[in-house]
Design a protein around this ligand. Sequence first.
Ligand SMILES: N[C@@H](CCC(=O)N[C@@H](CS)C(=O)NCC(=O)O)C(=O)O
Length: 342
Amino acid sequence: MKRHILSGAMLLGATLAFAAPAAAQGSGSATIDTIKSRGMLVCGVSTGVAGFSLADSKGVVQGIDADTCRAVAAAVLGDVSKIRFVPLNTTNRFTALQAGEIDLLVRSTTWTLGREANLGLLFAGINFYDGTGFMVKSASGVKSVKELDGATVCVQPGTSTELAIADYFRLNKLKFTPVLIQDQNEIQNTYLAGRCDSYSTDASGLAAFRFQQGPKAEEQVLLPEIISKEPLGMMVRKGDDKFFDVVRWTLFAMLQAEESGVTSKNVDEMLKSTNPDIRRLLGAEGDLGKAMGVDNKFAVSIIKGVGNYAEMWDRTVAPLGIPRGINNLWNKGGLHYPPPIR
Ligand SMILES: N[C@@H](CCC(=O)N[C@@H](CS)C(=O)NCC(=O)O)C(=O)O
């Protein structure tokens, strides 16, 4: 009898000993713990691209990159407003993430092998499938990149655009002179002033630039060639798998919500759904959020805060006139294919 009591006490002691360090360790993710203790997600975005991350008249940063950041804030903290945006250019974006100045980078950044192998960083997903394009003045009469032999091309340094153009011109035995300008306003003004024959960046960035020209948009034309693959995504530091999981499954949850017809408007109703896929997505069943170190209802917070992927798209990039195209779901001819949430 005594032995039983002792072993019971020992068992209790063992449980406490196990529980105490586990509590001190928090979620098992240094990044998630930092975000929770700070009460805020710090997210790196661009210095301002319409549709991606651009402050509106009230100073609220709008766009698909900004909303992807907000979705992660919702997943970790249950609140899309607990966020601070850090504007970064094309060259300081990676060092900011490496140095821990930001928790997450969502900044029209292309997923490449070199960036993962060399920088100690990795991509958690693709929130926008893009490609490199070329803008020229309508008045130039240029109709194809092939007519740009010997041209000057304005491009931002440290970008995959720079590399894609060099490859394309070399492959096609054409010459060009890159005009490297870091600052976005400066590069656009330089191009508008006629000091470059063409301005090259992600086609989405060119659509945003054209859109921002307002009534003068007609003076700019996007050439038909899209010369590279630019999968733009969310980047985190290597070595924090739990936070990586949360970022990756945040996007997948938004895509799955679209696929399952769950929206910011009907999410409360959908919580009562009998569909097992929807029940698991919304945490009405299972412990999937908890397994990642966040709330089981993380997807509900995301969907209430920023909507499903289609809602985010319609609010941010659709007004630029960018068709959904390859950014559609896999069952609508696109490339977005969220793995099973189970
Ligand atoms: N996706 C390319 C290009 C990134 C890039 O230069 N994006 C431009 C156009 S979308 C941009 O962010 N401009 C705003 C800025 O420089 O802050 C990369 O990862 O290198």
